[in-house]
Design a protein around this ligand. Structure first.
Ligand code: ADP
Length: 636
């Protein structure tokens, strides 16, 4: 087959440009990326051979090899792993499939200044392409295990790459970087120097479980006289999770995190866990410091890596952590599982379920520890992952208390410090029996909602819940330490002290006074409203709409509809403030006038205003605008 030339996909080209103009200040990491790919390729081959013994592949000495040629200024990273077919090379190397990377590029284009761009770049692993930070030409030769024909890929990192078949390719992949000319100013980054390679591998790839060997150059003239003549293994290959805590530095843990997460930033926390006894396992979990872009998308890959006795079994093992901890990365190494274990079996395995319970509790107690010991860290955690964690309040009743204890909420008590439920309860006023909250789109819109008036007046604290999931968990949880969780926008709210006879008497009088108007308004608004009643929660506004205690809120209704569920429209309740001049005026007009056409319009307007005030929308905006404009005109 002749050499074919192809164009890079647009995103791939952009990424290459970034690499060539070297946006990333620490170029050494290109080696980590190539070694990481090689290690994955060895894992894949071992697994494939395990599943299919007839695969014609040599697995007797799986390893990674690094060769340096000072004269030719090349560096080669070679593995004898799974390799790639001709088609795979075109598909995997010529394009960017990773959705995170695509998002990253989009943000990068939108970043206004260089500093912003610089900040973004450090966040993404760019894998294979990072070779172009240090090389002006890259050649990849590969042969898929079990196939006879190999493939050669080359590119200078410009618009195109070439593909041709290679008859002599050994099993696996070799990536040869033709290094850019040496920078005399910067001897620190001489990638033809064996001791520098040794250093970089030690620093970034020591934990790789395959041997990383370096073959000394014959007669390399770098004065490295003690270089052994035999291939030298550069890494210790010790699985970090199997070593004791004091043997492993934080940096080493962080490099493992970067290897498995493709996140270039440090994790927020490293969690170690060991279980001995009948079902033995070790786990090393990481809480990232930033939520990934696709955390809330359907195809988000969740789960940790599963090993069985140091042998890599699978990525993204979902069975080990519940969906609401899907941001947690890490490794779990179990001693007593079959190497052939499948995802389906894992989902049903009793031991796996026990592990899941233990890992879950451990992560939750870690979050709780942030909260009590390190407010900054907790703040970061909650900002990035609080929304996800709260899903657990709905789905994991067993751990509900632990999740609640680790959760915090915005509150009217403070503009910037969130509160825990325990702290809220401590501050409750004498005689206050319930924990009050309000849900909505943003702090600003709900803080000024009419539903809050009486609470503000009486200095009663209200939790301000603005995540979509809040609508759901408050219902699922229902109460905290015997105190009901109550929405200020639902049901009847009576904040007056019980048995206040003056207040009771006043209310009876008002009820009589307004009985006619309320009934008539109910008829007028029958389509949207199931009841019109007098309110005890308003002090400033004339009216507000509320939901019945057990009805769906409008936000929840919308949510169910968005998920494709049929829900009947719930009628709501209109509450009037009997002390408000507008309401008094309406009542008077109702009693005095024979022709109530105009009054009916006023009632319609009042209802729409109440809907708008809580952040809702008018059913018929054009009609609403016309009614208001007509009235304005009359006031001129
Ligand atoms: P990532 O590793 O993040 O997926 P890369 O650009 O580094 O992105 O690699 C793209 C894909 O190319 C890998 O997912 C893998 O399928 C394939 N690949 C890269 N290097 C190797 C290798 N040494 N052996 C086999 N496949 C490889």
């Amino acid at each position: 087959m002749p050499t074919e030339t192809f164009e890079f996909q647009v995103e791939a080209r952009q990424l290459l440009q970034l690499m060539i103009h070297s946006v990333y200040s620490n170029k050494d990491v290109f080696l980590r990326e190539l070694v990481s790919n090689a290690s994955d390729a060895l894992d894949k081959l071992r697994l494939e051979k395990l599943r299919d013994d007839s695969l014609d592949a040599d697995v007797s000495d799986l390893h990674i090899e690094i060769d340096v040629d000072k004269e030719a200024r090349t560096l080669t990273v070679r593995d004898n792993g799974i390799g790639m077919s001709y088609d795979e090379v075109g598909r995997l190397i010529g394009t960017i499939a990773n959705s995170g990377t695509a998002t990253f590029l989009k943000e990068l284009r939108e970043a206004k200044d260089a500093a912003g761009a610089e900040g973004l770049i450090g966040q993404f692993g760019v894998g294979f392409y990072s070779g172009f930070m240090v090389a002006d030409e890259v050649t990849l030769v590969t042969r898929r295990a079990g196939e006879s024909q190999g493939t050669r890929w080359t590119s200078r990192g410009e618009a195109t790459y070439t593909l041709q078949t290679a008859d002599d390719a050994p099993q696996g992949t070799s990536v040869t970087l033709h290094l850019k000319p040496a920078d005399p100013e910067n001897q620190l980054h001489d990638y033809t120097s064996p001791w520098q390679i040794r250093e970089i591998v030690k620093r970034y790839s020591d934990f790789i479980t395959w041997p990383i060997r370096m073959v000394p150059e014959t007669g390399d003239g770098d004065g490295d006289s003690d270089t052994p003549a035999e291939p030298e293994t550069l890494n210790s290959m010790k699985a970090l999770w199997a070593r004791s805590r004091d043997e492993v530095s934080d940096d080493e843990y962080h490099e493992l995190y970067k290897h498995i997460s493709h996140d270039w930033r440090e994790p927020l926390e490293t969690i170690r866990l060991q279980a001995e006894g009948t079902f033995e396992y070790q786990a090393l979990l990481f809480v990232p410091s930033h939520a990934p872009h696709d955390l809330f998308t359907r195809d988000f890959k969740r789960g940790v890596q599963l090993y069985v006795k140091r042998v890599f079994i699978m990525d993204d093992c979902e069975a080990l952590l519940p969906p609401y901890l899907r941001f947690v990365k890490g490794v779990v190494d179990a001693a007593d599982l079959s190497l052939n274990v499948s995802r389906e079996i894992l989902q049903q395995d009793r031991h796996i379920r026990m592990m899941q319970r233990r890992l879950t509790k451990k992560v939750l107690s870690t979050v709780k520890e942030f909260m009590t010991k390190d407010r900054d860290r907790y703040g970061t955690f909650w900002r990035e992952f609080g929304t996800v964690l709260k899903e657990g309040l709905v789905t994991d009743s067993e751990n509900r208390d632990a999740i609640l204890a680790a959760s915090s909420f915005a509150t009217t008590h403070s503009d910037d410090e969130p509160t825990t439920l325990a702290q809220y309860v401590e501050r409750m006023k004498d005689g206050q029996e319930d924990i009050y909250y309000i849900t909505g789109e943003s702090r600003q819109s709900i803080q000024n909602s009419p539903h809050m008036e009486a609470f503000r007046d009486k200095g009663i604290e209200v939790l301000l819940l603005t995540d979509a999931v809040d609508e759901v968990w408050v219902d699922a949880v229902g109460e905290y330490e015997g105190k009901r969780l109550r929405s200020v926008a639902k049901g009847e709210i009576d904040l007056d002290a019980k048995g206040d006879e003056d207040a009771d008497e006043e209310r009876e009088k008002q009820a009589e006074e307004y009985a006619g108007l309320l009934g008539w308004m109910g008829e007028q608004l029958d389509e949207d409203i199931k009841e019109v009643r007098l309110s005890t929660r308003l002090t400033v506004s004339a009216a507000c709409v509320v939901s019945d205690a057990h009805d769906l809120t409008p936000a929840l209704e919308n949510m169910y509809r968005a998920m494709g569920q049929e829900v009947p429209r719930t009628k709501r309740i209109l509450e009037l403030n009997p002390g408000h001049p507008l309401v008094k005026g309406l009542n008077q007009a109702y009693k005095e006038r024979e022709d109530r056409t105009e009054l009916a319009e006023s009632v319609e307007l009042l209802h729409t205003l109440a809907v708008l005030a809580e952040g809702g929308q008018s059913k018929d905006p054009a009609r609403f605008v016309k009614l208001v404009a007509d009235r304005l005109e009359r006031t001129l």
